[in-house]
Design a protein around this ligand. Structure first.
Ligand SMILES: C[S@@+](CC[C@H](N)C(=O)[O-])C[C@H]1O[C@@H](n2cnc3c(N)ncnc32)[C@H](O)[C@@H]1O
Length: 259
């Protein structure tokens, strides 16, 4: 399979996700959207984290009683996630749900769940439409899908800002082979159409990291000294269409319509 396995990136990714502003903003926007969808107030009994890596959302929901399955083709990502989860077990109560870690491709999963999270995965697989079909099949009737994808608009901006206009003009923006640039990037219209064709109703679209990735590093570091104020800015603009449409990632919260 030519989908991008993250075995060689697990340690780097762990530092980025947990250590820095990038991970904190991503978590804040996704959590806000899932909270507004009522999922923390009424946590689902079960959830699937597809291409879940460290199982960050499984680790968020399991303490609320949700039994989680985290599926990934990278053994190293799953192992890092399991280590983080073991550390949290010291404060676990009998109300906590379980996490099952499965070394498996999304394409080989079975069953249906009231909540499916698929974050930053479609851009790394060979055939995103095929994988999206599989992901949607895993959502229960009336269940929720939280889907985050890499935004093409931001990829164009970023390349222009770095002066790589030849790449932009010839539309050679995507990574190849084991590159650190994702294989694909998507537009809102494309993802909305794919979701609708598959029987999903899009309830909310937010932008993840509106300004952050475009800031001059010195300004970024200074602003992050007041992390709460900076998070407030990102959250406030994440839902306003003009800004949202330029974000590094796009978050879709959708519900499966009854057949
Ligand atoms: C950018 S990481 C995102 C991890 C996690 N969802 C998150 O948001 O932190 C992409 C993950 O997708 C996994 N992956 C890629 N193709 C996959 C597939 N076909 N089935 C399952 N996992 C896959 C990679 O191994 C990697 O862990």
């Amino acid at each position: 399979m030519a989908d991008r396995n993250f075995d060689d990136l697990a340690t780097k990714f762990a530092r980025k996700i947990y250590g820095g502003s990038k991970g904190a903003i991503r978590m804040a926007v996704l959590e806000r959207d899932l909270r507004d969808a009522g999922l923390f107030e009424n946590p689902p009994a079960r959830m699937l984290e597809a291409g879940g890596g460290f199982g960050l959302f499984g680790q968020r929901f399991a303490p609320l009683g949700t039994d989680t399955t985290v599926v990934d083709i990278s053994q190293a990502m799953l192992a890092e996630g399991q280590a983080m989860w073991r550390e949290k077990q010291t404060v676990a109560t009998d109300k906590w749900g379980t996490i099952t870690w499965q070394h498996q491709a999304i394409q080989d999963t079975q069953g249906a769940y009231p909540l499916v999270c698929c974050h930053a995965v479609l851009e790394w697989v060979e055939e995103p439409e095929v994988v999206l079909s599989q992901v949607v099949e895993r959502v229960d009737e009336s269940g929720t899908l939280s889907l985050m994808v890499f935004n093409e608009v931001a990829l164009v901006w970023k390349n222009v800002l770095f002066g790589r206009i030849e790449k932009v003009l010839s539309e050679r923006l995507h990574g190849f082979g084991n590159s650190l640039t994702p294989k694909h990037a998507f537009t809102i219209a494309q993802i909305e159409a794919w979701l609708t064709e598959r029987g999903m109703v899009v309830e909310r679209i937010s932008g993840v990291r509106i300004f952050h990735d475009f800031l001059n590093p010195t300004v970024r570091e200074r602003l992050w000294q007041s992390a709460d104020t900076y998070l407030h800015l990102e959250l406030q603009y994440s839902t306003q269409p003009v800004y949202r449409d330029m974000a590094r990632y796009l978050h879709f919260v959708c519900r499966k319509s009854k057949a």
